[in-house]
Design a protein around this ligand. Structure first.
Ligand code: GLC
Length: 440
C-alpha cells in the first residue's frame, strides 16, 4: 500500500481501500469541544433521524449548534440565552470564558486507553468556525484566543504516545464565520448556509494544513464539501492518501466518495457488506450539555449492546464525549468509559480484529439476542438481553464446544440435534452481554 501514489483524479483515488487497522479497531472516541462547551445548553428532545429537519433545527438537541439555535431567534436555546446572558451577549463573548484551565491531554489519553479505544477523532473546527489549532489562515483559533493552547497538537501527541491512532474532524461545508444565515431546515445546509468561493479556498487550505501538520489516521469531514470547489475533492484525497497511505475518510463528501459509511443516531443507512461507523453522544448531544445528567445518558447495558450489535454487523463505534469548558470530562461520561473498557478487556478477542460472521444477528423468541463475530476461523457468540438468574437458548445448527470469555460466568452446554443448547444458570446484570468463543 505504501508504494501506491495517488493523483488528483477519481480513477486514482477510487483505488484506495479501507486499511486493515480500521477494520480491526472497532472502537473510537469522538470529542466535541469548543466555545459551545461554555454555555453547554440544548433542549433534551430527540435523536437525529426521529423528526423532520424543520422540527429538528427549531428544538435542536445538539449543544454544539448553540450559535445557530441562537441565530434562529426563537426556541429553548434562544430563550435560555436571553434569560441567562441578555440580548447583547454575543456567541463570541463566550470565547474568553473557555479557559481549559484544568485540561490535561495525557490524562484524557489515559482515560481513552482504559476505555479500550483504538482511535480518537477530535473536532478541530466545528460549524462555528473556531479552530482548535494554530492556522496560517485565521486568527480565530484556540492558540490566539480562549484556551491559548494548540489543542489539536497537544492531544495528537498525547494520544499517539498512548499507542492510540489520532483522527481529525473538520466541518467542511458549514462555517458560520463565512455564512451565518440561520439554518432552519436541511435545504439550507447546501443553500443559504453554504458559503462563498473565498470559503471554498479557505477550507481547502485548512484541510491540507491539518493533513500536513498532523497526518491524521482518520479525516472525518462533516456535512459536505463546498460545491464551489467540488472539483478539488480528488486533489485533496490524493494529497491525504499520499501523506497518510493508511488514512481513511468518512462518507460526507457530497455523495462522491467514502472509505466508510456513517450512521449518526437513527440517521444514515449502512449494511454488512461495507465498512461503517456508528457515531453518537452519550446523551442526545455531542457537545457537553449541562442539562443531561446521568439519567439522560445512554445506560451502560445499552452502551455495551450498541457496541456488540455494531461490531457484529461490520461497524465501528465512535462514541462521543463532551468535555466541560475547563477541560475535564464529566464524571458520568468517564464512568461509562471505564465500565465499557473493563468489559472490552475481558471480551477482547471476540471484538478486536474480528469480522462479522456469516451468521447474522438473531432475536430469539425469549427476547435474547445473539450476535456473532469471527476471527481466524473461530466463532464468537454474544448473548444480549439476558435476565437476572437462569437463562437458556439454542444456537441453531451449531455443534461444538464454547466457553465464556469471562471465567466468572458459569455456562453449561449440551449438543442437540438442532444445535448447541446453552444454559447460563446465574446471570447477573453487571455481566452485561455474555461473550462465548470456540477458541480454547
Ligand atoms: C452532524 C452535526 C454535528 C456533529 C456531527 C457528528 O452532522 O452537525 O453537530 O458534529 O455531525 O457526526
Amino acid at each position: 500500500m505504501g508504494d501506491v501514489r495517488f493523483t488528483g483524479n477519481w480513477n486514482s483515488v477510487n483505488a484506495h481501500t479501507v486499511p486493515k487497522w480500521y477494520e480491526d479497531c472497532k472502537f473510537g472516541i469522538f470529542i466535541h469541544w469548543g466555545i459551545y462547551s461554555v454555555p453547554a445548553f440544548a433542549p433534551h428532545t430527540w435523536e437525529l433521524g426521529e423528526v423532520d429537519s424543520k422540527e429538528w433545527f427549531a428544538d435542536n438537541p445538539y449543544a454544539e449548534w448553540y450559535y445557530n439555535s441562537l441565530n434562529i431567534g426563537k426556541g429553548p436555546t434562544y430563550k435560555h440565552h436571553i434569560e441567562k446572558y441578555g440580548k447583547d451577549f454575543k456567541y463570541e463573548d463566550f470565547i474568553p470564558m473557555w479557559k481549559a484551565e484544568n485540561w490535561d491531554p495525557k490524562q484524557w489519553a489515559e482515560i481513552f486507553k482504559e476505555a479500550g479505544a483504538e482511535y480518537v477523532v477530535l473536532t478541530t473546527k466545528h460549524h462555528d468556525g473556531f479552530c482548535l489549532f494554530p492556522s496560517k489562515y485565521t486568527h480565530f483559533n484556540s492558540v490566539e484566543m480562549g484556551p491559548k493552547r494548540n489543542i489539536t497538537g497537544e492531544l495528537t501527541e498525547a494520544v499517539r504516545d498512548a499507542g492510540i491512532r489520532m483522527g481529525l474532524y473538520y466541518s467542511g461545508l458549514i462555517d458560520w464565520q463565512y455564512a451565518n444565515d440561520p439554518i432552519f431546515e436541511d435545504d439550507d445546509l447546501f443553500g443559504t448556509a453554504s458559503p462563498t468561493f473565498a470559503y471554498a479556498d479557505y477550507s481547502y487550505n485548512q484541510m491540507k494544513e491539518l493533513v500536513d501538520d498532523y497526518a491524521p489516521s482518520v479525516f472525518w469531514n462533516d456535512i459536505g464539501w463546498p460545491t464551489q470547489s467540488e472539483e478539488m475533492m480528488p486533489y485533496f484525497l490524493a494529497h491525504y492518501y499520499n501523506k497518510v497511505p493508511e488514512g481513511v475518510v468518512n462518507d460526507r463528501f457530497n455523495g462522491r466518495y467514502y472509505d466508510f459509511l456513517t450512521k449518526e443516531y437513527k440517521s444514515g443507512s449502512v449494511n454488512r457488506n461495507e465498512k461503517w461507523e456508528m457515531c453518537r453522544g452519550m446523551g442526545l448531544s455531542f457537545g457537553y450539555n449541562a442539562n443531561e445528567g446521568d439519567d439522560k445518558l445512554i445506560s451502560v447495558p445499552n452502551l455495551i449492546s450498541l457496541l456488540v450489535g455494531t461490531v457484529a454487523n461490520n461497524g465501528n463505534l465512535l462514541l462521543n464525549i463532551g468535555p466541560k469548558a475547563d477541560g475535564t470530562i464529566p464524571e458520568e461520561q468517564v464512568r461509562r468509559l471505564k465500565i465499557l473498557g473493563a468489559w472490552l478487556k475481558v471480551n477482547h478477542d471476540g471484538i478486536y480484529g474480528t469480522r462479522c460472521s456469516d451468521r447474522e444477528s438473531e432475536l430469539l423468541e425469549n427476547g435474547i439476542e445473539l450476535h456473532y463475530t469471527q476471527k481466524d476461523g473461530n466463532l464468537n457468540v454474544f448473548a444480549d438481553h439476558l435476565k437476572e438468574g437462569a437463562n437458556e437458548f439454542l444456537i441453531k445448527g451449531y455443534h461444538g464446544a464454547l466457553r465464556p470469555f469471562d471465567p466468572a460466568v458459569k455456562v453449561e452446554t449440551e449438543d442437540t440435534a438442532e444445535g448447541l443448547f446453552v444454559k447460563i444458570p446465574e446471570y447477573k446484570e453487571d455481566m452485561y452481554v455474555v461473550g462465548l468463543t470456540n477458541r480454547f
